[in-house]
Design a protein around this ligand. Structure first.
Ligand code: PMP
Length: 451
């Protein structure tokens, strides 16, 4: 299948060689590379991508889930354009109307978010949430789950994808740095928990309650392994009991289950939440929000004087939490995000329905061929796990899957015009419909026949 891949994508290879003279590994994010070289896309339209060689693909990567309305949705483009022309500029360097408009929308959809701040990425959103948690509680460690991703900085870039050898005991996972250049500080300061195992999680938290400021969790691990309801209920209970804040990292899940994200789905109020990806309509964004008393730790000193926040915990400048960013709350991005939410209010059920239909069709085809697969996920995101195991609850359960078969399958699908980065999960957009589902299932049938 690699041979056919190479025959179909010679211009991608040439371009990739050129790109490698400019960027290490030919790409500006490690995640954008895959061997032997990534297909280089030139154009996106609706649910489709077109590469340099003119090959057409149905896009299931959707920029890692960000493009929930597909490529170039007219209402998003129109909103951005209007914002640019009406305002005569695109960046004010002051608070502005769209920040408040988006803020009110988010408060309404995510009732746990009483106040919020904007950032430029999901990474910065979790960074701020964690700093707020440490500042508010006066503690300096955090706990995260094995296999969960919250961004690329030292505090959370531990035990995201550890080797089985290093990972340690399933109920007491080790804290393993994921990158060269990280010192051991965060291996000690970031405590690793086993997802969907309430007893083991509670035991670790109980022991370390005086050090742990917050637990940060992807309610749906990697966008496709849901927490069980009882685990989420238990996690909320035990963190409340121990005085540990609970942070829902909804960078992937916001708008991909329902409009209110995983917290609506599980009916749980986290103390802090982070949103990203879909909420920017394809442009870079992150949002950190939560309880007023926690968010208020970042009130600038002068502002707290103006509004006489005598109730607030702030008493001197050194108690104020630092948060800044030249591009935070960028008007063009908020215009794109607001238009996206408008469209989603009409279309989210249909998008989730199409995803459900595709999952069902895929499962049926695999069953017919007698190949064990699980289509795991909720809402408009899912993944294919080639496994005999009937329950996938966490990182350890994924170790049993057949990734080499999945990879071979993915490359054959690429050759048939079905695009996701090999081994990546699938996301669906409003531009995907019956036609795309039918074409995808046809391609699956063909590839399954040749496996
Ligand atoms: N948290 C989660 C749950 C994510 O999925 C991601 C991105 N994959 C991030 C944080 C980081 O977001 P960004 O890539 O926008 O920095």
């Amino acid at each position: 299948e690699i041979k056919r891949f190479a025959e179909k994508t010679p211009k991608s290879l040439d371009f990739y060689k050129e790109a490698s003279k400019v960027m290490p590994g030919g790409s500006t994010a490690n995640i954008k590379f895959y061997a032997p070289y990534p297909i280089i896309m030139e154009k996106g339209k609706g649910s489709h991508l077109y590469d340099l060689d003119g090959n057409e693909y149905i896009d299931y990567l959707l920029s890692y889930g960000a493009l929930i309305l597909g490529h170039g949705h007219p209402r998003v483009l129109q909103a951005v354009q209007e914002q640019l022309y009406e305002s005569g500029t695109y960046l004010f360097g002051t608070p502005h109307r769209l920040e408040v408009e988006m803020g009110k929308k988010i408060q309404q959809l995510y009732p746990s978010i009483e106040l919020l701040r904007y950032t430029n990425s999901g990474t910065e959103a979790t960074l701020l949430a964690i700093r707020l948690a440490c500042a508010f509680t006066g503690k300096n460690k955090i706990a995260k789950f094995e296999g969960h991703y919250h961004g690329g900085y030292d505090q959370v870039l531990v035990s995201v994808n550890p080797s089985v050898v290093e990972a340690g005991h399933p109920q007491h996972p080790n804290s393993i740095a994921e990158s060269k250049g990280m010192d051991e500080y965060h291996e000690e300061h970031t405590i690793i928990l086993p997802f969907n195992d309430l007893d083991a999680t509670s035991e670790i938290l109980r022991k370390r309650k005086d050090e742990v400021a917050a637990v940060i969790v992807e309610p749906i691990q990697s966008g496709f392994i849901p927490a069980t309801q009882s685990f989420m209920d238990g996690l909320r209970e035990v963190t409340d009991e121990l005085g540990i804040l609970l942070i829902f990292d909804e960078v992937k899940t916001c708008f991909r289950l329902g409009l209110g994200g995983a917290q609506e789905y599980y009916n749980i109020k986290p103390d802090l939440s982070t949103l990203g990806k879909a909420v920017g309509g394809g442009y870079p964004i992150g949002i950190t929000g939560g309880k007023k008393e926690i968010m208020d730790v970042s009130i600038p000193k002068a502002a707290s004087d103006v509004f006489d926040n005598s109730q607030s915990k702030i008493s001197s400048a050194k108690d104020v939490l630092f948060h800044s960013g030249t591009y935070n709350g960028h008007p063009s991005i908020l215009a794109a995000g607001l238009a996206t939410i408008d469209v989603l209010e009409e279309e989210i059920d249909r998008i989730n329905g199409i995803a459900g239909q595709l999952k069902k069709g895929i499962s049926k085809l695999f069953l017919q061929r007698g190949i064990a697969v699980q289509t795991l996920g909720l809402g408009s995101m899912f993944n294919l796990i080639f496994t005999e195991k009937d329950q996938i609850l966490n990182y350890r359960d994924l170790q049993h899957a057949d990734y080499s078969l999945r990879k071979e399958f993915d490359f054959q699908l690429l050759n048939e015009g079905i695009y996701t980065k090999p081994l990546n999960r699938y996301s669906i957009s409003s531009a995907h419909g019956q036609k795309e589902v039918d074409r995808t299932l046809e391609a699956y049938d063909k590839v399954l026949g040749s496996l």
